[in-house]
Each structure stands twice: as structure tokens, then as C-alpha cells.
Design a protein around this ligand. Structure first.
Ligand code: FAD
Length: 332
């Protein structure tokens, strides 16, 4: 299927909690839905910044792990059968004379009747190692995400980082890999305390105050040269894979130039979540209604997503009711 040339009812920019809940709601309204997300995984800040933290203020969950909430949100969103465009960053937005919206991305052009901007604090991208070899071996041994765990079976894996992702992947891969080694440039971990405890009892080689200096290989990665940032001692480790988990940066980037009105870092919306450009809505952390107070909270994004999608359904078909009906009255 050519994802780009089909006309969609709603295209959601951002696959965080706001975008995911919006996709579910778009399904309730039987809208043909697409999600465009810069990262290869969904969940926004919850997946990237605090997957192992408990959240206590999501209605219906007295306490839920961030990554569990993302899992549930994805399951709920997928009932709408949205087209997922992952690892694709939206660059420009334009409204044609016929009212159709054109979104240009890093991978192509998308057309849609309406657009919901749920881009949070901006497009996330993984921090990279500041050595030229890392880029050279990207996709040929150097990775920032684990796409298929099975592909790492029997490999010698070097994990770089001290946050939740680095520690979780070290624990997760230790039984499948031939060997897992972790290097971290400090001795303080940002990961969950219990996971760090587990790490030190898991038979994983851990190098604290060590960093990657060079990567060697021909077609594929073969060795990593690491160095101790206190003593300057170096070591060569045989490796098949270097998994770099040293955090993410968010870049609001191109959206700042889109033809919608801004107020500071926020896109200005009204009570219907409409931006200044007809057919374009915004919700969640990126949006702000000057007539209202705003909080950067998941629950606010949910409510705004529901309002935005119902208003979009009514914009596409003015005869359609604004109120979606109760989900509890659906047959399944
Ligand atoms: P985000 O979660 O930021 O998701 C936006 C997504 O859009 C990202 O995945 C991004 O990659 C993508 N994107 C952006 N630009 C583009 C583009 N141009 N093209 C394609 N994709 C793009 N809130 C609570 O309610 N309770 C809590 O306990 C809580 N704890 C928190 C703890 C921490 C450490 C942090 C940092 C935040 C916490 N929050 C909490 C806030 C909450 O995470 C945010 O309010 C929520 O994530 C906003 O969701 P969103 O979908 O609007 O944006």
C-alpha cells in the first residue's frame, strides 16, 4: 500500500499518549486514521523519558508503570486500525486551495482532510556518541533501539549508558546474547534502583567511568576500543553489536514554522482544539488555549484529544453529530 498518496480523514502528528488516545477516538468516529511518529516506537515522553516510573494520576489506575500504560494505550489505539508511519518526521504543513492538508515528512508527502498536532515537546531522536565511527557503523552493528530481539541472539553486545533503557536491555538480553557488557561514563545510574541492583548480580561485565573511543571493523562491526575517563587506560573488546542508550533530545524544530498561530512554545487553540488553520487541531503538551489554564499532564491530553477528534469528525462531515455517543453502547 502506498501510505502517502491515500487521502486520510485525520493524520495525527505524534504518537505519545495524546496521539494514541486520539487514534482510538478517531476509530470510534470511523475516521480513516494515520499516525506519524519520529521515533521507531510509540509512547512519547512515557517511553523515552520515564518508562520505569509509576504514574499515579491516570484515571482508573491507582498506580501504573509508564511502559504498561503505553502498552495499554497502543492496544486501545490499534482497535482503530490506524496506518502507522514510524521513524518519520513531519517537516512542513500546507493547506491547499481545495482545503486538503499536505504534510511533507522525511519520507514523503501525506494528504489528509484534517490534521491533529500532538507533537508534545517536539520530535524525539536518540543522542548519538560523539565519535565518527558510530555513524559509520549505524545499522551495521551500531543501534539505538532493539527492533527484533531474536536478531541479537548469540551476539557479543556492548551496551552504552546508565539509564532505564541501558539497564533494562542489559538484563533483558543477557540470556540470549553470547555476552553482554555495559559501559557507563559515571558510577551513578539514572535507572530504577531495583533494576540497578539486579544488574550488579546478573553476571554482566560492567565498566564504570569507561566510554567508547573507537569502533573497528570492515563490513560489520568487530571491536570496540573503550577508555577509562579517569585513568585513560584503554581496552579492546570484541563486539558484534553496540547498543547506544544515552538518552534522547526533543526538537520542536520544523513545527515552529507551520502556518498556525503560536503563543510562546505552544500552538494556540480554542475550546474546540482548533488552531488558526482550518482543519488543523492541536492537543496535549504542544497546545494551549489562552482562555483556559493548562497543565502538561496526560489526562489533559486525553480530554483534548477526544474533543479535537470529535470536532474534526464534525468538520469533515458537518451533518455528523459532535457528540460521539457512549463507547459503552457499542456492540463490541
Ligand atoms: P509527548 O509525550 O511529548 O509525545 C509527542 C510525540 O510526538 C513524541 O513521541 C515525538 O517524537 C512526536 N513528534 C514530535 N514532533 C514530531 C514531528 N515533527 N514528526 C513526527 N513526530 C513528532 N504526566 C502525568 O499526567 N502524570 C505523571 O506522573 C507524569 N510524570 C512525568 C514524568 C516525567 C519525568 C516527565 C518528563 C513528564 C511527566 N508527565 C506526567 C507529563 C506527560 O508525560 C506529558 O504531559 C505527556 O507525555 C504529553 O503527551 P503528548 O502526547 O502530548 O506529548
Amino acid at each position: 500500500m502506498n501510505k502517502s498518496s491515500d487521502l486520510y480523514d485525520i493524520t495525527i502528528v505524534g504518537g505519545g499518549p495524546t496521539g494514541l488516545f486520539a487514534a482510538f477516538y478517531a476509530g470510534m468516529r470511523e475516521l480513516k486514521t494515520k499516525i506519524i511518529e519520529a521515533l521507531p516506537e510509540l509512547g512519547g515522553q512515557l517511553s523515552v523519558l520515564y518508562p520505569e516510573k509509576y504514574i499515579y494520576d491516570v484515571p482508573g489506575f491507582p498506580k501504573i508503570l509508564s511502559k504498561e500504560l503505553v502498552k495499554n494505550l497502543i492496544e486501545q489505539a490499534m482497535t482503530a486500525n490506524p496506518t502507522l508511519c514510524l521513524e518519520e518526521r513531519a517537516l512542513t504543513l500546507r493547506r491547499r486551495e481545495d482545503g486538503i492538508l499536505e504534510l511533507e515528512t522525511t519520507k514523503g508527502l501525506h494528504i489528509s482532510r484534517t490534521v491533529l498536532i500532538a507533537a508534545g515537546v517536539g520530535a524525539f531522536s536518540p543522542n548519538k556518541l560523539s565519535i565518527p565511527d558510530a555513524e559509520k557503523f549505524e545499522g551495521r552493528g551500531v543501534f539505538y533501539f532493539v527492533r527484533e530481539k531474536a536478531l541479537l541472539k548469540g551476539k557479543k553486545i556492548l551496551i552504552v549508558g546508565g539509564g532505564d533503557s541501558a539497564v533494562d536491555w542489559a538484563l533483558n538480553l543477557k540470556d540470549e546474547a553470547e555476552k553482554v557488557t555495559l559501559v557507563h561514563r559515571r558510577d551513578v545510574f539514572r535507572a530504577h534502583e531495583s533494576s540497578v541492583k539486579q544488574l550488579f548480580h546478573a553476571g554482566i561485565d560492567i565498566f564504570l567511568f569507561w566510554e567508547v573511543k573507537e569502533l573497528h571493523g570492515n563490513e560489520r562491526l568487530e571491536e570496540a576500543l573503550i577508555f577509562n575517563n579517569k585513568t585513560r587506560e584503554t581496552k579492546v573488546l570484541p563486539v558484534d553489536v553496540v547498543l547506544i542508550n544515552i538518552g534522547f533530545k526533543a526538537d520542536p524544530g520544523p513545527i515552529r514554522n507551520w502556518p498556525v498561530e503560536f503563543e510562546g512554545r505552544h500552538i494556540k487553540i480554542n475550546g474546540r482544539m482548533e488552531t488558526s488553520l482550518p482543519g488543523v487541531y492541536a492537543a496535549g503538551d504542544i497546545a494551549h488555549d489562552p482562555a483556559s489554564v493548562y497543565f502538561d499532564l496526560i489526562v489533559i491530553g486525553y480530554a483534548q484529544a477526544a474533543v479535537a477528534v470529535n470536532c474534526a469528525a464534525n468538520y469533515i462531515n458537518p451533518k455528523a453529530t459532535l457528540f460521539p455517543g457512549h463507547s459503552s453502547e457499542r456492540s463490541s
